[in-house]
Unconditional design. Structure first.
Ligand SMILES: Nc1nc2c(ncn2[C@@H]2O[C@H](COP(=O)(O)OP(=O)(O)OP(=O)(O)O)[C@@H](O)[C@H]2O)c(=O)[nH]1
Ligand SMILES: [Zn+2]
Ligand SMILES: [Zn+2]
Ligand SMILES: [Zn+2]
Ligand SMILES: [Zn+2]
Length: 277
């Protein structure tokens, strides 16, 4: 997670009050869920990372403790989401990119091609507006918008809250469009089966090595807006090398949602994912 943007505080304090108490446990998750679904974990909701809390060791250590605690708590809720999805035979992908890389247009075109054949659902996160949900409505799949307000990423708790509404009986594929941001969403598991990083060719071929956390955690990378290539100095070979530098086994798609170029192998791949569930 990012040290400075205040993710570990749920952002609100850092952004709007500026007096973070650095304890991060302000979201009041009661955690009284029954564990009827068979996993058997320690369930340490205190300082679950095993580090003791030594204020005297300084703020850095303190902050790392808090971050680890927030992430451990989030990972825990994400594991519940994944169990919930697995129990229903749903394959979930978490789409992450910078703002405007083309996540929503890709999903629009993807649903138009797929939703008739495979039951899909979409959860979409933005800081504000339900614009994306409105764009994705009427494409044959239930859609829920999460407005994260001050937060720069989706988290497992918020996603878990909408799953029962959006994932209806028979759903095979869940697309989660994260908040546009190359950094923080990479740190927060949502219960997805894997992350998919999008990079539009207009952003430049160096992004995978500049933002290695996201690209190293994404086994699939989609290079979007290929129709713009003639107008750019984008070096495709270098981009592929950069992706492979941080993620040697990355599967890379090149496509344009606008022209439809490359859409077929993308949807073929998704059909296959849905079939394996
Ligand atoms: N030329 C071209 N433009 C595209 C393509 N895909 C998306 N766009 C345009 O890029 C802009 C942003 O696309 P969105 O789909 O809204 O991007 P996004 O990643 O969902 O953006 P956020 O949700 O704000 O992070 C829009 O004007 C799209 O029409 C593409 O393949 N080619
Ligand atoms: Zn951040
Ligand atoms: Zn639990
Ligand atoms: Zn979008
Ligand atoms: Zn964040």
């Amino acid at each position: 997670m990012c040290r400075d943007c205040g993710c570990e505080q749920g952002n609100e304090r850092a952004y709007f009050h500026g007096h973070a108490d650095a304890h991060g446990n302000d979201h009041g998750h009661a955690h009284d869920h029954p564990h009827a679904h068979g996993h058997d974990h320690a369930h340490d909701h205190g300082n679950g990372n095993g580090l003791d809390h030594h204020r005297e060791e300084g703020d850095d250590r303190h902050r790392i403790d808090v971050e680890m605690r927030v992430l451990a708590h989030n990972d825990h809720l994400a594991a519940h989401n994944r169990e919930w999805l697995d129990a229903r035979g749903v394959f979930a992908v978490n789409l992450i990119s910078s703002p405007g890389s083309g996540k929503t247009l890709l999903l629009e075109r993807t649903l138009e091609r797929m939703a008739r054949h495979v039951a899909c659902a979409v959860v979409v996160g933005d800081q504000q507006t339900d614009n994306d949900a409105r764009r994705l409505a009427g494409k044959g799949a239930p859609v829920r918008q999460i407005e994260t307000k001050s937060s720069c990423h989706l988290d497992a708790e918020r996603v878990g809250g909408v799953l029962p509404e959006v994932v209806t009986e028979g759903t095979r594929l869940l697309f989660i469009e994260n908040v546009g941001n190359l950094v923080c969403p990479a740190a927060f598991e949502l219960g997805e089966h894997f992350k998919i990083a999008l990079l539009s060719v207009a952003e430049g071929e160096d992004k995978p090595i500049k933002y290695p956390v996201l690209f190293s955690r994404s086994p699939v990378v989609v290079l979007t807006k290929m129709d713009l290539l003639p107008h750019l100095d984008f070096d495709m070979a270098r981009c592929r090398r950069n992706i492979r530098t941080v993620r040697p086994d990355a599967k890379i798609f090149e496509l344009s949602a606008r022209t439809g170029e490359g859409m077929e192998s993308w949807t073929d791949y998704l059909f296959e994912l849905a079939r394996t569930k």
